[in-house]
Design a protein around this ligand. Structure first.
Ligand SMILES: [Zn+2]
Ligand SMILES: [Zn+2]
Length: 236
């Protein structure tokens, strides 16, 4: 057991991320395609559709919003190099960020090949190929599949940081953030009423002390709290 590469919690054996940080990544990789679809709907679809104004000879029906260029770049193709020290100016296309990270991850992934004499060689993979094409959704599926492997690599912290940046950049443009619900039972660790459950996230996390539990563990805990309270009320 080691400390999580991202936060002060403990990471399970064989992983550099604690369950809460791993859960963040799972949720973000599921959120990115949804956010990208929202962006497309909001900024790209209206101007891509035949502009009604054109029929009257006045050109575009809508002047392009200032966000258009940023959005088109984000959703478009392009290259991106996340090597340490390179600064992302916030305009790297989503697929390029995901492809570049997949390349880094694949490099760590040992591929076994056999030469003409039948001798097996283990060497790094030189490419990552998502099975279903190279759109945003396929890249996110690829990243989700490789997550247990990725989280054992020294790049865990930088990966968490950049996927987080990407999600927050998308949220800022779509003005859409996953809903966070406050849970009724107090935290089993610090007793504060800080337990919350965020849409898309697997675990319930205490915002006060950082304690986390699975939905099943929460249900058991909440039932025990309720039994305790009703018992106290009955004996009062
Ligand atoms: Zn952590
Ligand atoms: Zn707590």
């Amino acid at each position: 057991m080691d400390t999580c590469a991202i936060c002060p919690r403990t990471a399970p054996d064989g992983s550099r991320a604690c369950p809460v940080c791993a859960d963040d990544l799972h949720a973000w990789l599921a959120e990115i395609p949804r956010q990208a679809a929202l962006l497309e709907e909001e900024f790209v679809a209206p101007s891509a559709a035949p502009a009604r104004g054109r029929l009257g000879g006045t050109g575009r029906a809508h002047a392009p919003a200032p966000a258009d260029l940023r959005v088109l770049t984000l959703l478009g193709p392009g290259r991106y190099d996340p090597a340490p020290g390179t600064d992302d100016d916030g305009t790297a296309p989503i697929t390029a960020v995901l492809a570049a990270w997949a390349g880094h991850i694949a490099y760590w992934y040992p591929a076994v090949t056999r030469d003409a004499h039948g001798t097996a060689h283990t060497q790094p993979c030189d490419q990552a190929w998502p099975a279903e094409g190279r759109g945003i959704t396929s890249w996110c599926t690829w990243h989700t599949r490789y997550l247990p492997y990725t989280l054992a690599l020294p790049l865990t912290r930088a990966y968490h940081e950049q996927i987080s940046d990407l999600v927050h950049r998308l949220r800022a443009l779509t003005h859409t953030t996953p809903r966070r619900r406050a849970m009724a039972a107090p935290c089993p660790s610090c007793d504060a009423g800080g337990l919350t459950w965020t849409d898309g996230q697997w675990r319930i996390v205490c915002q006060v002390c950082g304690h986390h539990l699975t939905p099943e563990a929460y249900d058991e805990h909440a039932a025990a709290v309720l039994r305790l309270r009703t018992g106290a009320a009955l004996s009062a």
